[in-house]
Write a protein that binds this ligand. Structure first.
Ligand code: ADP
Ligand code: ZN
Ligand code: ZN
Length: 739
């Protein structure tokens, strides 16, 4: 329902006096060409950052008042429409928030309005004024029962009561390790940004907690932004932050923000940040745009994670924006990782060793509590019979762990039962009719499902081509691995005499709300002995009793055409290894040793060799040298222009025309950028759309951005030409994360 102008929160502008001109950012489709601000009139001047409702065509839209653009529109006020209503009650969005939006729009080549409006909670756009009024009204003091009053009084008397009552560990008097202490001291003495390079389990999260606490205690208005790559990591971190800060700063002090929330929840938490009431906002990439007037600290946990890059609409990097925002707002930025991105590793190479020294690199090599990093064992699969899924030594190792009451994690980055069904008689494969991909066989519900477009069919009883009833699953997915492990371990018993239990966590098992939490709880409580999972469980989780992690088929990533594939694989395996043996005293009491097993056909590969020695710096150094020699990021800057069309030829024709237009239009910095010829994307067809891309590279970032900026109008113009009628869409991706 649209906001109603006659609500008390929306006062129609007073009549009479000469109207003022206001510039308003509204969300118009970026490809319509209306990219900038729209002009309206208003009876009274409005502060920039004020939210308004404005007419556009036949619609009424939410907009943000912006500062007057330099070349203000030539239209006379009488030709402009008036602002419909002004959203009262909300303080205007700050100048620094608007600068962040402005920067992001410019950098990622999107319209200001698009970034501004997608950064606001969706509920603001279409909730009724009454609902908003209710949100903004101060909560009515509830009448408490005598018992509740007594409980509250007791709780206020003992500051840690919250944490204890909720079963969380009280970490009030936690003594920092020497490494943590040294890191904190350096963070006191330096403005940052910092790259906290700490082994998995070295206590990075504890450092974040300390830094945030210090900032919040120093200034009653201070706020912190803590970002995690994926929603599934928010619950655990949220409970750690809440357990620590609710007793100190009140139960409302920590709020979260991610795409798994309902719109009303997201609005509520956004308002808590905007009003300053929330002191800590914990969220996924979208949180980087949250309005936080008192922002003093920004943490980007697992900063290397590709999930920080938005892959739809405005393709921004939340990590990079966090760095920009920190600098612009004077907030300290901490990037944390056990396997930093090569970009951040390079940026934190000290000046003394010839690097740019843009971030201060701080190292925490040791795990907390004398926990040791897992020993890495490579199994050479060339020595194993063909089609071996679990090599005998790995199976024996898992069995032994289960018999000792320990847990194991088996990692395979492919869900479903088998990636494809196959007919040996006629070579039929279960290809998706709409994509250049196979349909994955899901045994549980007997379906063939395309993981790219979602197209789903029942499994055929016989080969659709030749009628052969004997069609076979080819390759393994997590569903099959779970089944196979359960069979292999069927006679294995835990110390309590119970049979070994195998569980699985992946996108299929966690579709329902709350399912992931429940399944993780089964792991934490020891109900499951062997967990099979995708990368979803490889990162971040603080499992206490897992002592063995195995990657059974990681080789696929080595053959990718993307130059970042080795880096990705190395990170994933290091992260996965980091799930083993996190609790040093548990491991010692068990008389056990944590292990990371990798089954591979290429044990000599640099990725596995570096993994074996836990030697990230060596791996990073070698990768960076290769990139420097090849002139690739971070030594060069890239953008992709992508075109989608019904046919590959149409898509490529658009890109070729765009390239020619750039040459003929004599665009600025043309000599500083290199335009590669258009090629089909690796995933060439998705949902019946053909996709092509063109890479643009430059050694000078500013030149690249200026070039792209000047190119945009040409791309819009080309799009409108009859020759390119068949084009479905085009888009620009600055600093693309996958090629
Ligand atoms: P990371 O984020 O580097 O993986 P965590 O911060 O999760 O590491 O720490 C690993 C484990 O060690 C957690 O269970 C945490 O509670 C504990 N821990 C962290 N710092 C300390 C400390 N100084 N003393 C005792 N335990 C700690
Ligand atoms: Zn067949
Ligand atoms: Zn498909």
């Amino acid at each position: 329902m649209p906001l109603s102008p006659d609500s008390p929160l929306f006062s129609p502008p007073p009549e009479g006096s000469t109207p003022c001109l206001v510039q308003v950012a509204v969300h118009t489709p970026v490809h319509s060409g209306v990219g900038g601000l729209l002009s309206y009139t208003c009876a009274t001047p409005l502060l920039p950052g004020t939210l308004v409702r404005v007419p556009l065509g036949t619609r009424e839209l939410l907009g943000v008042v912006w500062e007057q653009a330099e070349q203000a529109e030539a239209l006379a006020p009488e030709q402009l429409k008036p602002v419909r209503s002004v959203l009262q009650g909300l303080p205007p969005l700050s100048a620094s928030w608007r600068r962040l939006v402005g920067f992001a729009a410019q950098y990622y080549q999107r319209s200001l309005g698009e970034i501004a409006l997608t950064a606001l909670p969706p509920a603001l756009k279409d909730m009724t004024a009454e609902q908003l009024a209710k949100r903004l009204a101060p909560p009515k003091p509830k009448k408490l029962s005598k018992k509740a009053q007594a409980a509250l009084a007791a709780e206020q008397a003992t500051p840690t009561a919250h944490a204890e009552a909720s079963g969380a560990v009280t970490t009030e008097c936690i003594a920092l390790s020497a490494e943590q202490q040294s890191v904190c001291v350096q963070m006191d003495q330096h403005p940052g940004p910092f790259l906290l390079y700490g082994a998995t389990g070295s206590g990075k999260t504890e450092v974040y907690l300390q830094r945030v606490q210090q900032a919040l205690e120093a200034d009653p208005q201070a706020q912190a932004l803590v970002m995690v790559p994926e929603i599934n990591l928010t619950p655990q971190l949220l409970s750690r932050f809440t357990a620590r800060f609710a007793p100190l700063f009140g139960p409302q002090a920590v709020v979260s923000m991610h795409s798994g929330m309902t719109n009303p929840q997201r609005l509520k938490n956004w308002l808590a940040g905007h009003s300053g009431q929330a002191r800590v906002l914990l969220g996924t990439r979208m949180a980087v745009f949250a309005s936080l007037p008192g922002l003093k600290v920004i943490v980007v946990d697992e900063e290397h994670d590709p999930s920080y890059k938005q892959q739809e609409g405005a393709r921004y990097s939340a990590r990079d924006l966090a760095l920009w925002r920190g600098r612009a707002e004077g907030a300290q930025v901490i990037l944390g990782s056990a396997t930093p991105s090569l970009e951040s590793w390079h940026a934190s190479e000290p000046e003394s060793s010839g690097g740019p020294g843009r971030y201060l690199r701080l190292h925490m090599p040791s795990r907390i509590g004398a926990a040791e990093l897992p020993r890495v064992r490579l199994v050479d699969m060339r020595q194993q019979p063909k089609r071996t899924v679990f090599s005998p030594p790995l199976l024996a190792a898992i069995t032994e762990r289960v018999q000792r009451g320990e847990q194991a994690l088996v990692l395979l980055n492919r869900r479903g039962f088998a990636p494809v069904l196959f007919c040996a008689d006629c070579n039929w494969k279960s290809d998706c009719p709409h994509c250049s991909a196979h349909q994955v066989f899901h045994k549980g519900d007997r379906t063939l499902r395309c993981h790219h477009c979602g197209f789903t069919q029942r499994v055929p009883h016989a080969c659709p081509e030749c009628g052969n009833p004997d069609i076979l699953p080819l390759g393994k997915g997590t569903e099959q691995l779970e089944e196979e492990l359960a069979r292999l371990l069927r006679n294995v018993q835990r110390p309590d005499g119970e049979p070994a239990r195998v569980g699985r966590i992946d996108a299929d098992t966690t579709r329902l709300k709350g399912a992931l939490e429940q399944q993780l709880e089964q792991v934490h409580s020891g109900e499951i002995d062997v967990l099979v999972g995708t990368q979803m469980v490889a990162k971040g989780h603080d499992f206490r009793r897992i002592t063995l992690v195995a990657a059974v088929q990681p080789d696929g990533a080595l053959f990718s055409s993307d130059f970042r594939a080795p880096e990705r694989l190395f990170c994933l395996l290091m992260q996965a290894a980091g799930r083993a043996g996190r609790d040093g005293s548990y491991v010692a009491a068990q008389g056990s040793r944590p292990e990371m097993w990798v089954q591979t056909h290429e044990p000599e590969h640099a990725v596995f060799q570096a993994l074996r020695s836990h030697d990230y710096p060596r791996f990073a150094g070698q990768q960076l040298r290769e990139r420097q020699d090849a002139g690739m990021p971070p030594f060069a800057f890239q953008a992709l222009v992508r075109a989608d069309a019904k046919t590959q030829e149409t898509a490529q024709a658009f890109l070729r025309a765009a390239s020619e237009a750039a040459q003929q239009g004599q665009l600025p910095h043309l000599d500083a950028v290199f335009l590669f010829p258009p090629i089909p994307m690796a995933m060439q067809r998705v949902a019946d759309v053909e996709r092509a891309q063109m890479l643009i590279e430059a050694t000078d970032r500013r030149a690249l951005l200026r070039f792209l900026h000047a190119w945009q109008p040409w791309l819009h113009w080309l799009r409108s030409q009859p020759a390119h009628k068949g084009l479905v869409r085009w888009l620009v991706d600055v600093d693309p994360q996958s090629l």
